[in-house]
Design a protein around this ligand. Structure first.
Ligand SMILES: Cc1cc2nc3c(=O)[nH]c(=O)nc-3n(C[C@H](O)[C@H](O)[C@H](O)COP(=O)(O)OP(=O)(O)OC[C@H]3O[C@@H](n4cnc5c(N)ncnc54)[C@H](O)[C@@H]3O)c2cc1C
Length: 275
């Protein structure tokens, strides 16, 4: 049975969104990419589990977060894209210094929630445009901090729809990477912060946001830094010294302001654009 027939068989038991041959360009910061065979936005965890149990076998399944670190090919994706929606973006405080965040919660919202609860340590999340799920996969970070330093545990679902909790001590994190199995879907995560003075945390957060605005271009179609930094060097600096700042190939453009930022130049004519 093909994928669409398999889905038609269980469709009536699903109230989340199912989209067929939907263009993925709307789901990525680059605004690029062809269609996905199926996009599934589950209504809740139980529905995701049911869907995976019924469908995942032998099908190609990928999760997309906020799409701020994903370049999608023009040919699209011949499989199922799982997109976690609002019901996976919950935020709550436990034990006074820990935050549980749904995997689709945006990093900046988790940071704001930490500020509101006078918790320090999560300020850097205000500078990363992705979601918690993408942040864990990428071990995202900036300004001497990253996800591995604040994570306590992550709740995951496997392709058989089974949930488990993985603790940070059992995950090997490295620079913009982690060894969690690529097939796992992150459902939520627990982070720890330190109780501190509200004004101090707020100021640090605002300062980081300002610093980021100065250092990096904004309001462009990009996925941020394209290349990882090699040891003892900066990718942007190597690109600059090779004379590639401002280079254009077709619709692709290398930002002058931060030459590790590759840009979808189609958007350059828009008024709000600042490079
Ligand atoms: C302007 C700009 C600035 C940026 N600055 C920084 C920066 O300072 N530091 C930094 O580290 N990054 C930065 N990035 C890159 C990007 O924001 C981060 O990597 C971010 O964490 C990606 O999150 P996302 O939700 O957008 O992930 P996506 O791009 O949607 O996905 C990235 C990866 O995570 C996986 N994934 C997403 N959600 C889940 C889930 N629930 N379960 C399992 N896997 C999942 C995807 O399958 C994919 O492999 C920047 C990007 C932009 C556009």
């Amino acid at each position: 049975m093909n994928l669409v027939d398999q889905i038609n068989e269980i469709k009536t038991k699903i109230s989340g969104k199912l989209l067929f041959d939907e263009n993925l360009s709307r789901y990525s910061w680059f605004n690029l990419g062809g269609p996905a065979k199926v996009i599934f936005k589950p209504k809740n965890v139980n529905e995701l589990s049911f869907f995976l149990k019924s469908i995942a076998n032998n099908n190609n399944v990928k999760v997309l977060g906020a799409g701020s670190n994903t370049l999608i090919r023009d040919g699209g994706f011949n499989g199922i894209i799982i997109k976690l929606g609002k019901s996976f973006s919950h935020l709550s405080l436990i034990n006074k210094n820990m935050i549980i965040a749904g995997a689709s919660a945006l990093d900046k919202n988790v940071s704001s929630f930490a500020v509101d609860n006078s918790l320090s340590g999560l300020e850097f999340l205000s500078c990363i445009p992705g979601s918690i799920g993408g942040g864990i996969r990428m071990n995202s970070g900036c300004y001497e901090n990253d996800i591995s330093k604040i994570l306590v545990s992550v709740q995951v679902m496997d392709l058989n729809g089974k949930m488990k909790i993985i603790y940070v001590q059992d995950i090997k994190f490295s620079y913009r990477s982690c060894d969690l199995d690529r097939s796992l879907i992150f459902i939520s995560a627990t982070f720890k912060g330190n109780k501190d003075n509200f004004d101090k945390i707020k100021k640090k957060t605002d300062d980081l946001i300002e610093r980021k605005k100065k250092d990096q271009p904004s309001k462009i179609k990009t996925c941020g830094s394209t290349f990882k930094n090699p040891k003892n060097n900066k990718a942007w600096s190597l690109i600059k010294s090779s004379g590639c700042a401002g280079m254009k190939v077709g619709e692709a453009y290398i930002s002058d302001k931060h030459c590790n930022f590759f840009v979808n130049k189609k958007m350059l004519n828009q008024k709000s654009l600042k490079i």
